[in-house]
Design a protein around this ligand. Structure first.
Ligand code: NAD
Length: 326
């Protein structure tokens, strides 16, 4: 079992969870069920991952078998860009809940700070980045004129209605976080960002932590997750598992490079959601806090590897150039 952090609404969130992106549909329910048996309590999903039915199936089986109660779990999803209009936010969250077969989420993020044209569920679900075959053919993104605060207010209503206990943001930069804080009624409980030694985002982490917003890291192993997607950037970026600095520190503690990468994050007070299908890795990732403590010098040496390399920038892989981060 991992440690917990307390969110600004008083809810306890596990410091380590399981990322559900790219878990294949045919094995997803079983993997989620097995992860719960191992001790995982946080499941980081999203409408866009296309496997919420299976994530929910695994969760419901574990509850039915008496392995856990619903209140022991911290279930997370993310509002996709196509549902930013206030008319569609609750609709999308209800679709997630009905797919998962659950009554509420613990945390619902805005996945990206960008709004796309609405795509009805019956046309395509999840819709992805393109709003139709024509857009996909032409590499065109169809935007929607929806300010982020309108989307956020609709998400706040979802908290009021008990559909989710907390709301959060993802892939926001500092300016956008500040703008939201100026206008929101309910503060974001968490900000989920790409975070690894090549993209340390110190200022953003420090600012949000100072404002009581929990930082959750995705892609903690840097290029690793994007190698399997055939990313040229990932192929051309030195693998963190073979990096001299990481290996040296791993040798100092007789642990694996992956453990060093995860512990570097959690020792900075950043929650992690590594994805794995292997039992041994799932166990190692979950127990990271009780096993390893890096020295201040080691933490600094890892932070110095920062190169501001962002693996998950749709600009690099969308035909229709669409800036989010720059
Ligand atoms: P990750 O950093 O968790 O890396 C996954 C890869 O690392 C897989 O290939 C896995 O086999 C390997 N791995 C896992 N544990 C390992 C270990 N102990 N030793 C060696 N290899 C190991 O990558 P991710 O899936 O990109 O990120 C984690 C989660 O973050 C996702 O599943 C998803 O839930 C979330 N995410 C969110 C966004 C967003 O826009 N908000 C974007 C990407 C990912």
């Amino acid at each position: 079992m991992s440690e917990y952090v307390t969110l600004n609404n008083g809810l306890k969130m596990p410091l380590v969870g399981l990322g559900c992106w790219k878990i294949p549909n045919d094995v997803c329910a079983q993997q989620v069920y097995d992860a719960i048996k191992i001790g995982y309590r946080l499941f980081d999903g999203a409408e866009d991952y296309g496997n919420e039915k299976e994530v929910g199936e695994g969760i419901r089986k574990a509850i039915a078998d008496g392995v856990v109660k619903r209140e022991d779990l911290f279930v997370v999803s993310k509002l996709w860009n196509s549902y930013h209009h206030p008319d569609h936010v609750k609709l999308a969250l209800k679709r997630t809940l009905s797919d998962m077969g659950l009554e509420y989420l613990d945390l619902y993020y805005m996945h990206f700070p960008i709004a796309f044209k609405f795509v009805p569920f019956e046309e395509k679900y999840p819709p992805g980045f393109y709003t139709g075959a024509e857009d996909e053919k032409n590499g065109h993104i169809s935007e929607a004129d929806v300010p982020l605060i309108d989307t956020w207010r609709a998400m706040e209503s979802c908290v009021d209605e008990g559909l989710t206990k907390s709301i959060g943001i993802s892939n926001f930069n500092g300016g956008l976080v500040q703008d939201l804080l100026r206008q929101c009624r309910i503060k974001p409980a968490a900000l989920q960002i790409e975070h690894h030694p090549y993209l340390t985002q110190e200022n953003l982490v420090e600012y949000c932590q100072g404002k009581g917003i929990q930082i959750v890291a995705y892609s903690s192993f840097g290029p690793q997750s994007y190698l399997e997607m055939g990313s040229d950037l990932a192929k051309n970026t030195p693998n963190l598992f073979h990096h001299d600095t990481i290996n040296q520190i791993a040798n100092n503690h007789r642990v694996s490079p992956s453990e060093v990468l995860l512990r570097w994050a959690t020792q900075r007070g950043v929650a992690i959601i590594p994805k794995s299908s292997k039992k041994e890795r799932l166990e190692t990732n979950l127990k990271i806090d009780s096993k390893l403590t890096l020295t201040h010098k080691e933490l600094e040496a890892i932070s110095k590897l920062n190169k501001n390399i962002r693996m998950n920038d749709p600009w690099d892989w969308l035909d229709g150039k669409f800036p989010i981060f720059a």
